[in-house]
Each structure stands twice: as C-alpha cells, then as structure tokens.
Design a protein around this ligand. Structure first.
Ligand SMILES: [Zn+2]
Length: 169
C-alpha cells in the first residue's frame, strides 16, 4: 500500500525541514528500511540533501537507523525506518515549548507598562525605558503614550488555556 499524504509523520517532517523533508518522509513510509541511496532515487533529491534530512530526523528520534553490510558492495549502509509512535511525543514536546514561551510573554506583559510614540517604525518601550528619556521618543522625539496591552494579555491567556487543554487531554 502506498501512503500518499498528510500522515502526521510527514507533517512533522515538513514542519522541521520543509518540502525536502516531506519528500524524504513520504519515501520512508513507502519504503520501510530504505537506504540513503534508495530514498535519493525515490525522491529525486541529492544524496547530500537526503542524508542531512535523515540525520536530522534521526537526531530528533523520529526515525531509526540500522547499520547493515551491503551484500553486493561489502560496505556498511544504514537502513532507515520511520518511528511513527514517536511523532505524538514530538508534537507534545513542541506544544509544551510554545506554551512556555507564551507564559513567559504573558508574565512580561503583566509585569510591565508599555509606551509608544505612535510612529509605526519606532519600538515600544517599557515604563523604565520611557522614564529615562522623559517620556519622549529617542528616535522621533514625539511624546510617548501608554499602550494598552489588555487585549494582547487576554489573547495570550486564551491561547495558553487552549494549549493547556490540548496538552492535557
Ligand atoms: Zn518614535
């Protein structure tokens, strides 16, 4: 049977490395225990590109590699196999990382007041930074006004709640 698309394993590979990884991942699902060369010829990708993707996926425990002797040529080759049971764990780990980043951002937003001059190209400053410049934008000299981050904080809280529910289900 040919597995064509959008298997979770293929999707995760795509998220990590883009279209080349998608091709390698599909080839792996279609040919279990394939070698680098077999994957290269199945995908039409350069052997260097295939190896880079394979070692990367291997490093993330998404595939396994077994070293075997090539009977025809005598040297060792690796036979690769997708570890599809690892895919969910990988996704969970990524979600937890995102959750942590969102929590840190919310903490930062909760802990600071922000000021901006209204010029789109100028950066937002914290209260402490704004004090130092006497509430005048050091870049464009316009006065710095308080930025209301209530909506942003609400959006962050909502996203955090969603992710937590998703991770814990
Ligand atoms: Zn400014």
């Amino acid at each position: 049977m040919k597995i064509e698309y959008e298997d979770t394993f293929v999707k995760v590979a795509g998220l990590i490395g883009g279209p080349d990884y998608v091709r390698v991942a599909r080839a792996l699902l279609n040919n279990e225990n394939a070698t680098d060369e077999e994957i290269a010829s199945a995908t039409g990708l350069k052997i260097k590109t295939v190896r880079k993707a394979l070692y990367d996926l291997f490093g993330r425990s998404l595939i396994t590699g077994v070293r075997v002797r090539d009977p025809k040529r005598g040297w060792f080759v690796y036979r690769w196999k997708a570890q599809r049971d690892q895919t969910d764990g990988f996704i969970q780990t990524q979600k937890k990382k995102i959750l942590n980043r969102l929590k840190q951002r919310l903490e930062y937003e909760d802990a600071h007041e922000f000021y901006h001059c209204g010029t789109p190209t100028c950066v937002t400053r914290t209260f402490e930074e704004s004090m130092e410049s006497f509430f005048k934008c050091p870049t464009c000299q316009k006065p710095l006004n308080r930025v209301d981050n209530t909506e942003l904080r609400a959006a962050l809280r909502w996203k955090i709640k969603q992710l937590e529910e998703d991770i814990n289900k």
